[in-house]
Design a protein around this ligand. Structure first.
Ligand code: GLY
Length: 314
């Protein structure tokens, strides 16, 4: 039996992913196809086309995918000019002896495979970026832009409004193979070259057929430092229940010391298709900076269910 667990912004990819799973496709193919559709959705402002740019106004995308049947994984970081980083990551996993390519190298590989090109920057994103610069740069920075140090303005991007945004898909196919994938434009107005947790295998995504799969959204700096997705799987291996495993990974995150603590959501599915999603939020800005709900399909019901996440304060 097949299963699918996705985060709140993944709706555009549900129908295709479920159709493929119903037709007997592998979970890897199914989630790649679903994530591509989220990457193309301009309404999702933190993934692919329409994603918010880095501090210099360039959209730099991250994506990763892992096959739980053999732990083959592929990821790209800070890639610009291509429509589907998830597919570049997938092809890289299939065709190179590497796991992670970034920047120029990722773009070179995307060119080698003739990947679909896209600038990904929309007029709305440019307007938001300019508005942010106008509000946050001082007069000297405005006058000398872009020949300034980006350190001070980058510190001002550590807010719940900006430090978030990803799509994650976890699926089990009819053969019991479990996969996880993630794609993002990352922290809005980030320092150029910043990578989040989406391409960090073990932090933003992990899958192992023997136990299950996990993925994270929210502030990647926290989950990278705690290796959250892999921790959930390790706690399952240590015989914790799915909920205990997620709560233990959340506790680990609480121990990561940081000046700014954005929200994080952890999505997990065990090898039997049971799910658990926990979200931790802070009060800053009063914004819902982590996912308050998620989507789950159990392979039998005709529709995907919208379910509230288990919410926690930091
Ligand atoms: N979780 C997405 C990021 O930190 O970029």
């Amino acid at each position: 039996m097949a299963f699918l667990l996705t985060n709140s912004v993944a709706v555009a990819g549900h129908e295709k992913t479920i159709k493929l799973l119903n037709e007997g496709a592998s979970s890897l193919d199914a989630i790649e196809s679903g994530i591509r559709l989220v990457e193309s959705d301009p309404e999702v402002r933190w993934v692919g086309f329409g994603g918010l740019p880095n501090m210099l106004g360039k959209v730099q995308l991250d994506a990763g995918i892992i096959d739980g049947s053999n732990m083959h994984a592929g990821a790209v970081g800070a890639i610009s000019g291509y429509a589907h980083p998830i597919s570049v990551a997938r092809r890289m996993m299939d065709e190179l002896p590497h796991v992670l390519l970034v920047g120029e190298g990722a773009e070179r590989f995307a060119h080698d495979i003739n990947a679909e090109r896209s600038d990904n920057l929309t007029d709305i994103s440019v307007a938001e970026w300019k508005e942010w610069l106008d509000e946050h740069l001082n007069e000297s920075e405005k006058k000398n832009w872009p020949d300034i140090s980006l350190i001070r303005p980058s510190q001002l991007t550590a807010t719940n409004k900006t430090a978030k945004g990803t799509t994650v898909f976890l699926a089990i196919d009819n053969n019991g193979n479990i996969s996880a994938g993630s794609s993002t434009s990352g922290w809005s107005f980030k320092y150029p070259g910043r990578l989040g947790d989406s391409p960090a295998i073990g932090s933003g995504i992990y899958a192992d057929n023997r136990y299950g799969a996990a993925a994270c959204t929210g502030m990647g700096e926290l989950t990278i430092r705690s290796n959250t997705a892999h921790s959930v799987i390790l706690y399952l291996k240590m015989k914790m229940s799915l909920k205990e495993a997620c709560l233990e990974a959340l506790n680990d995150l609480r121990n990561v010391q940081t000046d700014f603590r954005g929200g994080v959501s952890i999505y997990a599915m065990d090898k039997n298709g049971e799910y658990c999603v926990v979200s931790a939020r802070s009060e800053q800005d009063g914004l819902p900076e982590c996912d308050p709900y998620f989507w789950y399909w159990n392979g039998v019901d005709p529709s995907v269910k919208k379910i509230n996440a288990d919410m926690h304060e930091w």
